[in-house]
Design a protein around this ligand. Structure first.
Ligand SMILES: Cc1cc2nc3c(=O)[nH]c(=O)nc-3n(C[C@H](O)[C@H](O)[C@H](O)COP(=O)(O)O)c2cc1C
Length: 485
């Protein structure tokens, strides 16, 4: 029956939006109307721990943990994080360890349970499809994250921001509960042997019986036909399909091809070479969904006429009632759009990854240049740290958004720190889980959105000030919808 379900391809994939914007609530709603809901898998260990530290008042997280197949592990997580609620009452979250190659078993357990919980909750109450989205660039948490999502029966894994060539094989192996590894990119590594990140379901479960898992489908997020056909021919197996994303999409964007030139606002200029050859992608013969400015029925129809199975839409869903953005921030964004003051910039510098990143310039967020420049640099979440080889031969970690002197002391170039924003703290703050600093200040949010942001007010009915995921789905499909439960 599950296999049958996966053969029915959705018209609409609600895009994975990190950190925490496409939460289980949004994905569950979309899936319950027959389209694919996707949770973000980015930094889930951190956001899960902070939600537990907030007290889990309605008990949803604890209830999900009660369904985790390895009860002793679930119990440890509850004891550790639900018991430190009082640290939040002192207005600060206790630090959660940063991902690293030699991270503790405790952080691995937190990562697996966090991914399990998010998918488990998204899957409740309907028979629809749930996917989880990962960024290839964030490598260290990948294996335990995928395993956690699989333990909850995730239907699709989607991965972008890199070249996820090994993923089809890795997912197959994990679904058989086999030990797996992936090579981790290490800067300044010379001729060293590849450094591997390992995950062993057997070691993880401490001898408990391992559950039978289904292999989820794998969709690679690509921005060129060349990459799609390269992945299709990978010796590690082909993806099961593609999301084909144009650079007007929210979040990270692929950089322009060739030497980058910039407009007067410092935004990278995309040209003819960046036009995606949809026909060539269609010829590969796998299902694909078009993304980046496809938030309307006309665009959905246009995508289907080009051979796509449908579209992946992010921005339209990002600001609906069910999304994870902190509600008052969401309301401010909607108001700013109405006033014509919600400009979206393709920021070539903001992301420590070096990829262009869409930043909504909203008052009171670090998306406003002066506000962003004023933030005192601190690196305490660490999801975008780059591993590098130290002179001693050991592996260190650095991020161009950390304090400049620390970055340079670790061999980073000072010019790479210019204009960088702390995406980790900014994005976590945007979902209401911001850290309060010792000096009484708090981390300010960062909002990402695609160029479609200016069109989303069309989803709000007259007399209302907000809209729901159902309004987006009905508008895209051009019909009234009923839940399929
Ligand atoms: C708030 C927001 C966060 C996003 N975060 C991610 C992400 O973490 N990973 C990813 O692959 N895509 C991310 N995206 C891209 C979406 O998954 C989707 O592909 C894109 O939004 C589609 O284009 P649109 O914004 O024009 O609808 C994000 C988009 C938005 C709006």
């Amino acid at each position: 029956m599950m296999l049958e379900k996966k053969k029915v391809l959705p018209r609409i994939i609600q895009g994975g939006m990190g950190v925490g914007v496409s939460s289980w609530k949004l994905a569950r709603t979309v899936a319950s109307y027959g389209q694919m809901g996707v949770v973000s898998g980015t930094a889930l260990a951190l956001t899960f721990a902070r939600k537990l530290m907030d007290g889990d008042a309605d008990g949803v997280l604890e209830n999900a943990l009660d369904h985790f197949p390895f009860p002793k592990i679930a119990q440890r997580i509850k004891e550790k994080y639900l018991s430190i609620v009082e640290s939040k009452q002192k207005n600060r979250y206790r630090n959660v360890a940063m991902p690293s190659l030699d991270q503790s078993k405790e952080l691995t357990e937190l990562t697996v349970t966090a991914n399990f919980t998010e998918v488990f909750l998204a899957k409740q109450g309907h028979e629809g499809l749930i996917g989880i989205n990962f960024l290839e660039k964030i490598q260290i948490p990948t294996l335990p994250s995928i395993y956690g999502a699989m333990l909850a029966g995730v239907d699709y894994i989607l991965m972008g921001a890199g070249i996820p060539a090994r993923m089809p094989y890795t997912i197959s192996e994990l679904s058989l509960n086999h030990d797996v590894n992936i090579p981790i990119k290490i800067a300044e590594d010379g001729d060293n042997e590849p450094t591997l990140s390992y995950f062993s379901p057997t070691d993880f479960s401490e001898g408990e019986k391992l559950p039978i898992l289904e292999r989820p489908q794998f969709l690679a997020i690509v921005s060129s036909a060349t990459l799609a056909s390269h992945l299709n021919r990978s010796s590690f197996g082909s993806p099961d399909g593609f999301v084909v994303e144009a650079p007007i999409a929210g979040g990270h964007n692929a950089p322009p091809r060739g030497k980058t030139t910039y407009n007067e606002h410092g935004e990278p200029i995309y040209g003819d070479r960046d036009r995606i050859d949809i026909e060539a992608i269609a010829q590969i013969g796998l299902p694909f969904w078009l993304a980046g400015g496809y938030g309307s029925k006309e665009q959905l129809d246009a995508a289907i006429s080009q051979g796509a199975a449908g579209v992946q839409v992010g921005t339209a869903f990002a600001f609906c009632e069910e999304s994870g953005f902190e509600p008052s921030l969401k309301a401010r964004v909607l108001k700013a759009i109405g006033l014509g003051k919600a400009h979206v910039k393709t920021d070539a510098l903001a992301s420590p990854t070096g990829f262009p990143f869409k930043v909504a310039e909203i008052e009171g967020t670090i998306g406003i240049e002066a506000v962003g420049n004023e933030r005192k640099r601190i690196c305490d979440l660490g999801y975008l740290r780059e591993p590098y080889r130290k002179e001693s031969g050991k592996i260190g970690y650095r991020c161009p958004s950390e304090p400049e002197k620390d970055y340079v002391a670790k061999g980073g170039k000072i010019e790479d720190t210019i204009g960088r924003r702390c995406l980790c703290n900014g994005l976590v703050s945007a979902i209401g889980l911001e850290q309060k600093r010792m000096d009484g200040t708090k981390e300010l949010p960062l909002v990402t959105a695609g160029d479609d942001l200016k069109y989303i007010l069309k989803f709000i009915e007259p007399g209302k000030t907000s809209y729901q995921a159902l309004d987006v789905l009905s508008s895209l499909l051009g019909m009234k919808l009923n839940p399929i439960i």
